[in-house]
Design a protein around this ligand. Structure first.
Ligand SMILES: [Zn+2]
Length: 276
């Protein structure tokens, strides 16, 4: 369903979505729902080898669906897997990024050292395969250790020519500024619509215009007025609408800008070059 304030002729790009744990029983219906809402472009993000493989399978069936392959920090112990194994995706159609990878000290403090070691090997993989990286970073409340550690690794990565997005970013304004200086892109998701998320709105007001991406992180974090429901790329317009109001932009500007940023970040050629 397309909300009436979504410009009919424009297309949104959901830069971060997940398939559920059981994959997607009806890919055509999943895709149609997104397309009918004005979100014909999306990237499916892996969190371990198996989910990356499922994302790759889905992307192989739709011209405007891309995928990322990687090992989520909360999976480094649960589903250990060497970065080298992910080179298997190098030639898969629409393999657009390495991710999601990163550090999560909120849920897993004890595996910190393993997380850092694995994160480093996946950043090296991104450089080797010449793909941007999708980064998950989460700290304990009020902490900055995960951001400090991520900053160290990402600054090396950036200096070696790597590009990255901090997805669902929830750090401090100071973090925003230091990562921004490394050329980071920022993923803005459903949290921007949450009543209590003033910190997220303060960040969203400050993201550099040319490095701002929209994402759902579906099936999690559904935007208002769908909170508590299963999220889907087709709900991205509500996040876009919220961001537009916050920044004082028209929907047209919001959609055009974030979609063109996403295509540049994932290095998707203009459509007239025929995606295949
Ligand atoms: Zn995610």
């Amino acid at each position: 369903m397309m909300p009436e304030w979504m410009p009919q002729d424009l297309e949104l790009f959901d830069t971060h979505a997940h398939l559920g744990d059981d994959g997607c029983p009806d890919e055509a219906a999943f895709y149609r729902r997104a397309e009918e809402a004005g979100v014909p472009w999306f990237l499916l993000c892996g969190s371990d080898f198996e989910s990356s493989r499922r994302a790759a399978g889905f992307a192989s069936h739709f011209d405007r669906v891309f995928f990322a392959a990687g090992l989520h920090p909360l999976d480094v112990v649960k589903h250990p897997c060497e970065a080298e194994a992910f080179e298997a995706f190098a030639d898969a159609p629409r393999f657009a990024a390495v991710g999601e990878i990163g550090l999560d000290y909120y849920y897993e403090r004890d595996t910190r050292e393993t997380q850092i070691k694995v994160f480093r090997t996946f950043l090296e993989l991104a450089l080797r395969l010449d793909r941007p990286a999708i980064i998950h970073t989460r700290d304990v409340d009020g902490g900055s250790l995960a951001y400090d550690d991520a900053y160290g690794l990402l600054s090396e990565f950036a200096h070696a020519g790597g590009q990255f997005v901090l997805h669902s970013f929830a750090g401090s304004l100071a973090d925003l500024d230091r990562f921004s200086a490394l050329g980071a892109f920022f993923g803005c998701g459903g949290m921007v619509t949450f009543k209590k998320a003033d910190n997220i709105r303060a960040l969203a007001l400050r993201y550099p215009e040319d490095r701002l991406l929209l994402e759902t992180d579906s099936p999690y974090l559904a935007p208002v007025p769908f909170r508590g429901q299963e999220n889907h790329p087709g709900l991205l317009p509500w996040t876009a609408h919220s961001l537009a109001a916050l920044r004082g932009w028209s929907m047209k500007k919001t959609v055009t800008l974030t979609t063109s940023n996403a295509k540049r970040f994932f290095r998707i050629p203009p459509e007239d070059e025929k995606l295949k």
